[in-house]
Ligand binder design. Structure first.
Ligand code: G3H
Length: 524
């Protein structure tokens, strides 16, 4: 059970502690943040200590010091440690998943999946790190015009230092691991600023790292009141890289203030599904359900607008409607398909989008229904470009359908969005699929499947306001390291030789002779 047994150290009374310097502590600030249960209006799920400025600063100082030692820990040992965490997480998936259900209302089964997926991600990262960090590059100077072969360049990846990881509420375990894993394997230290909703899941997950025995100070998790200390954390002088997943406005604000540190940001999307006349309509409908409504649409990769050719639109809409009627709506504990959205503010925002669309004559295919944060799944047909829902990201179980006359119209809508995370195309013609994929300006285009980040090692990136940098295991490791080169300058050109030309002089025993290949540089 959460907060007990293996996890009893991370809580005192009913208040969850923060993690720094290898210890779980209550903040001296006495400040508490409240995590609400999205399922029960106004009900507190958890209380968490909120760190003071000094405690945050200390976490960064300790991270800096610990990183210097961690960077000199052999790569195979760093990998072993990540494998160990993965094992501990798998063993403790129950209590961690329990927190996900309570604080972000993730369906019970999906919560367990998130923990296991994250453990797998750490194992994969350990293996991938071994492979890519054990190799560097060797360059020689004579490939560049005007240079003989007298300079040998060795390039390898060096850790950046301290990585600030800011995960979102919707994947507080997985998207924290996707940042911590690559950072650690590459020899960095990490300070995690958890999301408020989702912080207790993150703290439980951090305890698995603690139990694995990482050096003190290398990792910390500092819940803060973002309105008070958010800027302090993101502009701290010891931060060497920020990996942030979350809202577009916050991401933009961080990127403007961050200064000269590498950024990895994923800030949401308005992922378009284009359905052509020759597309498999049943398959498209199934993917709208799976890709648009799972976790009540609270995924940056959810299908957020359907652009369907007029001639097949009725068929698609009626198929989706039939499937919507089968969706189970209710609490996450019962593994319902549609669960309450994370906060009341979020539910109000979604309702605002629906009200606007309705007022502008969109057709609600189902009755609008809301109880607290629970919103029944809704398909909105005949959406037009003057409606907010054609452009804005609901992050809820509400999907707009726009009927298009040509594929180009769909591409135009997709490319006019301020977002560009993912998109998808349903067609049975591979040539059309490829042409549309090329034309749609988004980080990833899926052919005949809904947008999705996973498998977690695939490159994942957004353009425009969907983000900067690329994720996926390899890309994250590369982003959290810097190429460092050593150039060996030889006193004269040297060309490496193999082969057995016996006519060449061979090394002579005894004093240097001036005509043998081995000693010619000293005596030439
Ligand atoms: O919410 C953003 C996540 O990166 C989406 O991940 O495609 O696995 O749901 P997912």
């Amino acid at each position: 059970m959460a907060g007990t047994g293996t996890f009893k150290e991370i809580v005192e009374g009913d208040v969850y502690k923060f993690y720094a310097d290898g210890q779980w502590r209550l903040s001296s600030s006495g400040n508490i943040s409240y995590v609400y249960n999205p399922t029960v209006a106004g009900k507190q799920a958890y209380k968490i200590t909120a760190c003071s400025k000094d405690e945050v600063n200390q976490a960064f100082q300790s991270a800096k010091a610990a990183q210097k030692i961690w960077a000199k820990t052999p790569l195979y040992k760093r990998a072993e440690m990540l494998h160990k965490v993965a094992e501990i997480m798998r063993k403790n998936k129950g209590p961690i998943a329990e927190c996900l259900v309570k604080e972000v209302a993730k369906p019970a089964k999906d919560s367990v999946t998130e923990v296991v997926r994250s453990a797998d991600l750490l194992s994969y990262t350990a293996e991938e790190g071994i492979r890519i960090l054990s190799e560097g590059k060797f360059l020689v100077s004579d490939s560049f015009p005007g240079n003989p072969r007298n300079k040998l360049c060795l390039a390898s990846n060096a850790p950046l230092g301290v990585i600030l990881a800011i995960p979102p509420f919707n994947y507080p375990v997985n998207l924290t691991c996707s940042k911590i894993g690559p950072a650690l394997i590459a020899g960095n230290a990490v300070v995690v600023k958890p999301p408020t909703q989702g912080s207790v899941s993150t703290l439980h997950m951090m305890h698995c790292f603690h139990l694995a025995g990482f050096p003190k100070g290398l990792l910390s998790c500092v819940p803060i009141k973002a309105s008070e200390l958010g800027d302090y954390v993101t502009t701290h002088p010891l931060v060497n890289c920020i990996s942030f997943t979350g809202g577009c406005d916050t991401g933009m604000s961080i990127s403007k203030k961050a200064g000269m540190v590498p950024l990895q940001m994923e800030l949401g999307g308005k992922d378009a599904m284009i359905v052509l006349e020759d597309g498999d309509i049943e398959l498209a409908a199934t993917n709208i359900i799976k890709g648009g409504f799972s976790f009540s649409g609270q995924r940056c990769t959810a299908v957020k607008v359907v652009l369907v050719m007029e001639s097949v639109a009725d068929k698609l809409v009626s198929s989706v409607n039939a499937k919507v009627a089968q969706l189970k709506v209710g609490p996450p504990e019962n593994d319902c398909d549609i669960v309450p959205v994370v906060t009341e503010a979020s539910a109000n925002f979604i309702e605002g989008l629906v009200t606007d669309a309705k007022a502008k004559n969109a057709k609600l295919c189902q009755e609008w229904k809301r109880q607290g944060n629970l919103i029944w799944p809704l398909l909105i047909d005949n959406v037009t470009t003057d409606m907010r829902i054609a452009w804005e990201e609901p992050f809820g179980p509400v999907i707009p359908v726009m009927r298009i006359k040509t594929p180009e119209e769909g591409v135009k809508h997709c490319n006019s969005s301020k977002y560009g995370l993912q998109g998808c195309v349903f067609t049975s013609d591979i040539n059309k699929a490829m042409l549309l994929s090329d034309a749609m300006e988004s980080g990833t285009i899926q052919i005949n499947s809904a947008p999705a980040r996973g498998p977690d090692h695939f490159p994942f990136q957004g353009i425009r306001e969907s983000g900067v940098g690329s994720q996926g295991v390899t890309n994250s490791i590369n982003l959290m390291t810097k190429i460092k080169t050593t150039v060996l300058n030889l006193p004269t050109a040297s060309y490496t030789m193999v082969g057995g030309d016996v006519s060449l002089p061979i090394e002579k025993k005894g004093p240097a002779c001036g005509d043998c290949i081995v000693c010619m540089h000293s005596y030439g």
